[in-house]
Design a protein around this ligand. Structure first.
Ligand SMILES: NC(=O)c1ccc[n+]([C@@H]2O[C@H](COP(=O)([O-])OP(=O)(O)OC[C@H]3O[C@@H](n4cnc5c(N)ncnc54)[C@H](OP(=O)(O)O)[C@@H]3O)[C@@H](O)[C@H]2O)c1
Length: 275
């Protein structure tokens, strides 16, 4: 196994924090501390505590991972800075929260220490990270050192593919494309299944065919050197059944327009969360 990942303080261990944690533990993780009110099943050498006040005084993580909802960030960051200014100074602060900018996160961390220069990285992973097949976009704030950037890349590479973006606004596009993207793919599986049932297939048959079509197509795309357009062409004989369906789906006013509207709504929501 490769070198273990350095110790982490994970704040919030729900869908995303939990997915990342499971993958990091499977990969090998130095003793780490998780703060969450629900998580019970963490075994030694890691420990779970219920609140920031319970972080052991001798615990000095290399990185803090913030995985609470953006609306809950402010009190968490202000309390962390008040209780453990040493962690805020020494560790890289990695936010997976949608919407909140590095300057907003820094401002919350600096409430009690205006001259501090926290090193803040934004990472936007997605839930396939839980099985090592994630896709994460990253952005590094001004105070992040090259070594901290490398550390963040190691962390997120442990759960899938990584791509650094610049300027920071591009993280909102990453959120719309890959952060939220699994939900769109699962929606496709749901709609294929429901539509198949409504057209007459037995529910079990519809479920099996929809699930295997989505997961098998994803795997084919993963393993192929061809791009999605070419793989789609190979299923589409001119004048055939797939062509008839794609003429509906890919008409400019259907999927292309709807997907654009959906991604724009996603970016807009990031802006709202940031304000
Ligand atoms: N889900 C995704 O696919 C995804 C993808 C990329 C990024 N994200 C980002 O990840 C973040 C978390 O999303 P999620 O879907 O994982 O939400 P979630 O399932 O609700 O998880 C958040 C967890 O944080 C806990 N928490 C809240 N306040 C806390 C505090 N003060 N100290 C410690 N833990 C606290 C929550 O507990 P309570 O229930 O008790 O409040 C909950 O267990 C969000 O900012 C989101 O933008 C999510």
């Amino acid at each position: 196994m490769s070198e273990p990942l350095p110790s982490l303080l994970l704040v919030g261990c729900g869908q995303m924090g939990g997915a990342l944690l499971n993958a990091w533990i499977a990969h090998g993780l130095e003793p780490s501390v998780v703060i969450d009110r629900h998580r019970e099943d963490l075994s030694s050498p890691h420990q779970v505590v219920r609140a920031l006040t319970d972080i052991p005084a001798d615990f000095h993580p290399a990185a803090v991972i913030l995985a609470v909802k953006p609306q809950k960030a402010r009190p968490v960051l202000e309390e962390l800075a008040r209780l453990r200014p040493d962690i805020v100074t020494d560790a890289v602060i990695v936010s997976v929260m949608a919407g909140l900018s590095t300057s907003t996160i820094s401002a919350f961390l600096k409430t009690n220490a205006p001259t501090a220069r926290p090193a803040v990285v934004r990472a936007m992973p997605n839930t396939p990270s839980a099985i090592g097949r994630g896709a994460t976009g990253l952005f590094a704030g001004n105070a992040v050192t090259p070594a901290q950037k490398t550390l963040c890349d190691r962390l997120l590479s442990a759960v899938g593919a990584t791509a650094w973006v610049h300027p920071e606004e591009q993280i909102d596009i990453v959120t719309a494309v890959s952060g939220s993207g699994p939900a769109y793919v699962f929606l496709l599986a749901e709609l294929l299944e429901k539509t198949a049932v409504s057209m007459g297939l037995a529910p079990d048959t519809a479920r099996l065919l929809a699930r295997k079509t989505v997961s098998g197509s994803g795997e084919l795309l993963e393993r192929s050197s061809e791009d999605a357009t070419e793989l789609r062409r190979r299923v589409t004989s001119p004048g055939g059944t797939t062509a008839a369906a794609l003429a509906v789906l890919d008409a400019p006013d259907n999927c292309p327009r709807i997907l654009r509207e959906a991604l724009e709504a996603n970016v807009l929501r990031s802006h709202e969360l940031a304000s």
